[in-house]
Design a protein around this ligand. Sequence first.
Ligand code: FAD
Length: 389
Amino acid sequence: MNHVVVVGAGLAGVRSAEALRARGFGGTITLIGEERHRPYDRPPLSKAVLLGDADSSFVDSDLEGMEVEHRAGVSAKGLAEGVVETTEGEMAYDGLVIATGAEPIRLPGEGRQHVLRTLDDALALRAELVPGARVVIIGAGWIGAEVATAARKAGCAVTVLEAGAAPLAHVVGAEVGAETIRWYEGIDLRLNTMVGSVDPGGVSLVGGGSIEADVVVTGIGVRPTIEWLAGSDIDLHNGVVADEHLRTSLPNVVAVGDCAAWWSRRFHTRLRVEHWDTALNAPEVAVASLLGDEAVYDPVPYFWSEQFGHMVQYAGHHAGARLVRRGDPAAAAPVSRWSVCWLTDDDRLAAVLTVNRPRDLVQGRRLIEAGQRLDPGRLADPEVALRDC
Ligand code: FAD
């Protein structure tokens, strides 16, 4: 293998280039990325950058020193066997890493709507979060909650419109999500409220009515960036379909990060995880597979969110598992610390969500990895360390 092309210069793309060199790959590496910036991390965009504590979040990676040719401002347009078609012509490869991430879903309408995916998005939004600005945020998911945190801190008049019965309902369920409603103090949070369109001067609601706004932010989720692969022979289904080695249906082509839907040996299902830890760690396995090794990607997925002064962390995959609470979300002294666990039918830990309780997260992640049986009674007692349940 002489030439590896990495498409997508986000975290997963950069980590793929690094992993290739770390494994001793001495051939040519071309990293092509649509954005004109140096590669950067996205989590700080909705936190430090939006709060005004940082102006950028560039990844600390010496691409030049590693002799990685970074082609910024170049997009992949199509894929044929052994060739990537780009905005600057065809590029032949021996190995290909697909790392094109995901892109925000927008709502219909003629009005201006901010989304938050890129550094440019974050800087443009930050400039409009000024005291008194009427900010309407559509979606009380991870991004919506973090944007609301920054907008409230900036002194804006914040309205959050959520189609579900609670914030975060679609990711952790309405019962757990409802425990975060109290964090929205000073914010006009409207649940079960669906926006139909973003119009000049505000938003229109499904079923009638409208809300005026100076700034509208749409945070209703992302979809994998795979349209550029539509005409190729590669299997696509909610992302680039990959096996447990992160190999795709095409020879010498692997997929990583937000765009990859890989087979999870641990959870017996296909997962596509839109979180930083996956972009960080999957590339090592993908690159090993590309270079002919039999590595398996089998993580306990992990992510975190910082919202309204709380550190929220989650590990695992809770589909089909039952909920056990640890601690009282309403208790506030000095800060509220609580967790919820999800148990399988045979009392193994499937997932854990922690609020200001990082120890539960660390121990819980290990317990999920180990597949150990737990005592549900002890688990419900927050005084008992998770590892002793
Ligand atoms: P991306 O970061 O999306 O990078 C893909 C790159 O590929 C992009 O630069 C894109 O322009 C480029 N590209 C796309 N199509 C093409 C093409 N055809 N040709 C060339 N280039 C292309 N995760 C957490 O776990 N915790 C958090 O707190 C958290 N906060 C976040 C906050 C924000 C605002 C955002 C947007 C994400 C956050 N995430 C968080 C998610 C995390 O950042 C992503 O999971 C991670 O960025 C995925 O990395 P990636 O490299 O797979 O994709």
